[in-house]
Design a protein. Structure first.
Length: 218
């Protein structure tokens, strides 16, 4: 019996899904122990999040710009989120005409997302990238200009850098919308000024948001 216990502990330690985040690691191991007692093979314990993320550039957002953005995105996703993230770049397409509001020169984000939804085939994700102004009905205002929008019901989002104060921060609202869409997560419950998941409240300033706080870490 003692030998069997030692063997099970070794199996736990060998499981490749262990991660370096102590809180998650201990949670995983607690779950894993219960599963072993129920006779489930150790391989089925590995539940590493992973996703193929399609980057969809729109209109005047060039493929070259996506290629410049890509290393930054990959590094930040790999550094801040536990999991395997594979980015793929889609060919540039126009923004959907039915999203356009001529008198405001803005595109309705929810219409863009409905188009993106049609592109999804499996468990992948689509992130739209645009320089154009996007909007939605929010904060009690119609067609309010925003930086990013995502559907929690499906893995789609769109992020514009038009209203972003510092253009080098573009990866931050992308990560923010990804977390909404992929994990179905809300805004930072700690309302932490440094947390990328803090509610932007219409401001385009991500300059001092550089971390995911302990409540928003995945
Ligand atoms: Zn947070
Ligand atoms: Zn948000």
């Amino acid at each position: 019996m003692k030998q069997l216990m030692l063997l099970l502990i070794n199996m736990l330690l060998l499981c490749s899904c262990s991660n370096d985040k102590s809180t998650k690691s201990s949670t995983n191991q607690t779950v894993a122990k219960v599963e072993i007692e129920e006779g489930i093979e150790p391989d089925s314990m590995c539940n590493t999040p992973q996703c193929v993320i399609y980057l969809q550039p729109y209109a005047d957002f060039s493929t070259h710009e996506v290629e410049l953005l890509l290393p930054d995105l990959q590094r930040q996703f790999d550094g801040l989120l536990y999991g395997y993230w594979e980015f793929k770049v889609l060919p540039v397409i126009p923004l959907p005409e039915d999203a356009y509001i001529k008198n405001l020169n803005r595109y309705r984000a929810t219409v863009i997302l409905n188009h993106e939804k049609k592109q999804l085939k499996g468990n992948e994700m689509v992130i739209g990238l645009t320089h154009k102004d996007i909007c939605m009905d929010i904060h009690g205002k119609k067609n309010y200009g925003i930086i990013g929008c995502s559907f929690k019901s499906s893995r789609v989002c769109v992020v514009s850098n038009k209203r972003l104060k510092n253009k080098d921060d573009y990866w931050k609202p992308i990560l923010h919308e990804f977390i909404h869409a992929f994990y179905k997560a809300g805004h930072c419950p700690e309302d932490n000024d440094s947390c990328i998941m803090q509610d932007g409240k219409g401001k385009g300033d991500f300059t001092n948001k550089n971390i995911l706080c302990s409540s928003c870490k995945h």
